[in-house]
Design a protein around this ligand. Structure first.
Ligand SMILES: Cc1cc2nc3c(=O)[nH]c(=O)nc-3n(C[C@H](O)[C@H](O)[C@H](O)COP(=O)(O)OP(=O)(O)OC[C@H]3O[C@@H](n4cnc5c(N)ncnc54)[C@H](O)[C@@H]3O)c2cc1C
Length: 410
């Protein structure tokens, strides 16, 4: 078997879009994965101290405390403080409440929230994917109505994609939206809908036309007011760590007005898939349990055996490589590209890394005789949460399928 040929792998090579040519090149036309070496600009790095200061101040005032499950915690007060400082919707135009900052500046803020273990779920989905979708596909009225309160940290959204028999195979969704006078009537259900029991709105992918030979046709996105719409039942699902974060949501003749259709009828598939690059490549795919690694280093406190030092060194170097790949995807998003294959790769590598961290920490705790309450508390929660990393936002096999297709290996 011939090895892949590597082009322009080091910074400063002639081609500004350094790339790695895949094995597929052997039997198919050239396919490139684009991971351009990217460095966060000074303006982005300068934000770091501002975010840290805000997090320290709010923590000192008792607004929040670090939870073992990292950003999955939901804290409206912290989100409002972040919104007030311009750290939510920060890439959006000012007229919609944004700060007109770059994706790379947003990246730094996200990194700092994760590194601190700050509970950010209240604004997370709206900031990461719903807001950008509204900005891209929404009407002027929707932008004015939803984006400013999201950016202020006052409005929380749930993501309604998965259904009981449609997770990985999202195109098989059955929830229907039928045309009625002045709007749409919804029937069906969604599952694993994180925070639907507390969020104000949900953006759901629904079928506005019956299934046809064209698998991806006939779907649309609707914005549903979860608090004030008729016919909605939300049932809790308790997860492995014992938390009530996600739900099953039933819709029975629920009415949504015309002005809550997001984008054009029938464009739903293109719209949700364009959200995925944002959903998959962010630092949450490799930094969600950074606090565990940090607690391990604190607990070892300079007394680690050579074997433990080697393990920690390997983890940190992998983390750094993942970060470089993820920053590169962020730069590509900033350039207006849609790096879906690269995002899938970062998510796969990152979430597998995150699952290995608690396993390695568990081994080191035993081998090094560590008895540190903080580390063991975090480890216990992370062990229970870790199986979800490779499922949410696209399961491993699905991501590898996307990468294989992107490389024309299948
Ligand atoms: C913590 C968490 C939060 C979530 N939050 C949300 C949310 O807010 N909103 C939302 O809509 N969804 C949410 N989800 C759902 C998530 O997106 C789905 O669980 C995910 O897409 C997988 O779908 P599924 O659970 O139906 O599994 P399935 O699709 O049934 O997959 C089960 C297994 O089969 C494998 N598999 C499936 N199809 C194939 C194939 N063709 N080839 C090879 N292998 C295959 C999968 O890789 C997986 O390992 C959340 C999930 C988790 C874990």
């Amino acid at each position: 078997m011939s090895l892949p040929r590597v082009h322009g792998a080091c910074r400063g090579a002639g081609d500004p879009r350094h790339s790695v040519r895949s094995l597929a090149a052997v039997k198919a036309p050239a396919v490139h994965l684009r991971f351009s070496p990217s460095v966060l600009p000074e303006a982005a790095e300068n934000l770091r101290s501002e975010v840290r200061r805000l997090l320290e101040d709010t923590r000192a005032r008792g607004v929040w405390f670090a939870e073992g499950l990292s950003w999955w915690g939901r804290n409206p007060e912290l989100s409002r403080a972040l919104g007030g400082a311009g750290f939510i919707g920060m890439t959006w135009p000012r007229r919609y409440g944004g700060a007109e900052r770059s994706q790379l500046e947003r990246y730094v803020v996200t990194e700092e929230l994760l590194a601190a273990g700050a509970p950010a779920a209240f604004h997370w989905f709206a900031d990461r994917q719903i807001g950008p979708s509204i900005l891209r596909y929404g009407s002027e009225a929707q932008k004015r109505r939803f984006l400013p309160p999201i950016a202020r940290g006052e409005l929380s959204f749930a993501v309604g994609m998965s259904e009981p028999d449609s997770g990985s195979d999202l195109a098989s969704i059955r929830m229907r939206a039928e045309r009625v006078d002045g709007g749409w009537r919804l029937n069906g259900s969604k599952i694993w809908t994180s925070y639907a029991h507390v969020a104000e709105y949900c953006v759901a992918l629904v079928r506005t036309e019956p299934k046809s030979d064209k698998r991806h046709a006939g779907m649309s996105q609707v914005i549903i007011d979860l608090r004030n719409s008729n016919g909605i039942t939300v049932r809790p699902i308790i997860d492995l760590p014992g938390r009530h974060d996600f739900n099953e949501v039933f819709f029975e003749d629920t009415f949504v007005p015309d002005d809550c259709l997001l984008g054009n009828p029938g464009d739903g598939w293109a719209q949700v898939t364009s959200e995925l690059a944002y959903e998959r490549s962010g630092p949450e795919r490799f930094l969600t349990n950074f606090h565990l690694l940090r607690a391990l280093v604190d607990a070892l406190d300079g007394s680690a055996s050579p074997a433990a030092q080697r393990e920690v060194g390997l983890l940190v170097s992998r983390l750094w490589a993942l970060r470089a790949a993820s920053v590169s995807v962020a730069a590509s998003l900033e350039a207006g590209e849609t790096p879906n294959v690269e995002s899938a790769l970062v998510k796969d590598l990152g979430t597998n890394f995150q699952q290995e961290v608690p396993e390695i920490v568990r081994r080191l705790v035993a081998a090094e005789g560590i008895d540190d309450r903080n580390l063991l508390d975090i480890l216990r929660q992370v062990v229970l949460a870790a199986p979800s990393y490779t499922i949410q936002g696209g399961a491993t096999e699905i991501l590898r399928g996307i990468v294989a297709r992107g490389l024309r290996l299948r």
